[in-house]
Design a protein around this ligand. Structure first.
Ligand code: IFM
Length: 453
């Protein structure tokens, strides 16, 4: 099974999950510094203070990527390294790090793919309302413009936001991520301002008039009913509305899904944060869509969930993990067919544009065995199945251009701290030793062959 000649294979990480060095070279505080240092918010009290220490181990990590034959590296820029207070002039030392990163990738013929926002909002902006404040969209566009000016000569792929659903709903709706608010109305406002920030940032970057590829990354989950019942089908439709269409419709059609908006309007949510022409900015054309795929949302109707702080309770729905499914260490079901489904859906219902899988991978209870190896067979078969599912979508006409495995390294898995390992490279946190797992060697062969056996 071969992939197209220029298919781009790589891995992904995000700044707060791998960099560490949170107090160095003028970096300001982000909402994740505050959140992770608040007792009870993150498993085991873990923080990103040190993480994988990539800030200090850049050369070693770049060499390892190169040794493994990686063709691309998706990373994110920490906004508070560039603008410690979220606005105003750039902190040159912040740029020095990313310049070293980008140049180091280029020297090793690895394509940089840069994400501008992977959840580390400067705390100073959260103090003014964060993503519920319309001004944050403007601040984000300003920040995007500054980063673009500094690095656009050497970075060809630009992603504005990573997973706005997670930023909005986990951070402002469910409170399990920073900044920790539990309010659907705030999550909706955050959704809108994130999307608006994306649109405004696109305009700034586009005005440079170069040939760089600009896009956005969504986490998409096909939604389906857990039982063959009308009420569950309707619940699945509501969940699809919040998780997928609330992002896809404005980006590709310039409109918010009416069923989602009327659901919240009926529950008394004030949606006046949407101003005239916002949707024109949000739907500005993109060059590619990034999709992060992990699992489908299988759900049932559950009016009794109202008021609970669990996903989709405000939609009178509840996620159900199918009994028969294999589960990852996160408890997520392994459902490669969902990847084919979502890729084909984008082409059929939204747009036939270049797509990159910007994240896919699984957590495994990895450990270094007595021989010194990390044998993560489960991850190999997971990736193999998902690569095949992606290929199937390409056979059905989807213009898939590349695949970034989540993740290059084990890292800080947000509210789960360091308890969940997603890397193809094991990180022994006490020593920061990197140990490529079996999956890294296997992936390296897939890349070399540009295909699967
Ligand atoms: O670790 C995260 C990443 O930051 C965003 N997408 C999902 C990954 C696994 O949970």
């Amino acid at each position: 099974m071969r992939f197209p000649e220029n298919f781009l294979w790589g891995t992904a990480t995000a700044a707060y999950q791998v960099e560490g060095a949170v107090n160095e070279d003028g970096r300001g505080a982000s909402i994740w510094d505050t959140f992770s240092h608040t007792p009870g918010k993150v498993h085991h009290g873990d923080t990103g203070d040190i993480a994988c220490d990539q800030y200090h181990r850049l050369e070693e990590d770049l060499d390892l990527m190169s040794e493994l034959g990686m063709q691309a590296y998706r990373f994110s820029v920490a906004w508070p390294r560039i603008q410690p207070e979220g606005s105003g002039p750039a902190n040159q030392k912040g740029f020095d790090f990313y310049r070293r990163l980008v140049d180091g990738l280029r020297q090793r013929s690895i394509e940089p793919m840069l994400t501008l926002y992977h959840w580390d909002l400067p705390q100073a902006l959260e103090d003014l309302g964060g993503w519920t404040n319309r001004d944050t969209s403007e601040r984000f566009a300003e920040y995007a413009g500054i980063v673009y000016e500094a690095l656009s000569d050497n970075v060809g792929f630009w992603i504005t936001l990573n997973e706005p659903w997670v930023s909005a709903w986990m951070g402002y709706g469910l409170g399990v991520h920073a900044p920790g608010h539990k309010d659907s109305a705030r999550a909706l406002a955050a959704t809108h301002h994130l999307l608006l920030g994306h649109g405004l940032a696109m305009e700034r970057m586009r005005s440079a008039g170069d040939g760089n590829q600009l896009g956005v990354t969504l986490n998409l989950h096909p939604a389906r009913p857990s039982r063959d019942r009308q009420a569950d089908r309707e619940a699945a439709r509501r969940v699809d509305g919040q998780a997928n269409r609330l992002y896809l419709d404005p980006l590709f059609r310039g409109e918010f899904p009416e069923d989602v908006f009327s659901h919240y309007r009926e529950r008394g949510v004030d949606l006046s944060f949407v101003h005239d022409d916002d949707l024109v900015s949000i739907s500005v054309p993109i060059d590619f869509l990034g999709i992060n795929y992990y699992f489908r949302n299988t759900v049932r109707d559950a009016p009794e969930e109202q008021g609970q702080s669990v996903p989709f309770a405000d939609l009178d729905a509840r996620p159900v993990i199918p009994d028969a499914a294999e589960k990852t260490a996160m408890g997520w079901p392994v459902e490669p067919e969902g990847l084919t489904e979502i890729l084909v859906r984008i082409k059929e219902e939204y747009a036939d544009l270049p797509i990159y899988v910007t994240e896919n991978g699984r957590a495994v209870h990895d450990y270094i065995d007595p021989e010194g190896d990390v044998d993560d067979e489960e991850r190999v078969s997971y990736l193999d199945a998902h690569f095949r599912a992606a290929h199937e979508a390409m056979d059905r006409g989807v213009d898939l251009r590349g695949y970034m495995v989540w993740s290059f390294l084990d890292n800080f898995e947000w509210a789960e701290g360091y308890s969940k390992r997603f890397g193809i490279v094991f990180v022994e946190y006490g020593t920061q030793r990197r140990v490529p797992k079996s999956s890294a060697r296997w992936y390296s062969e897939v890349i070399r062959r540009n295909g699967l056996e």
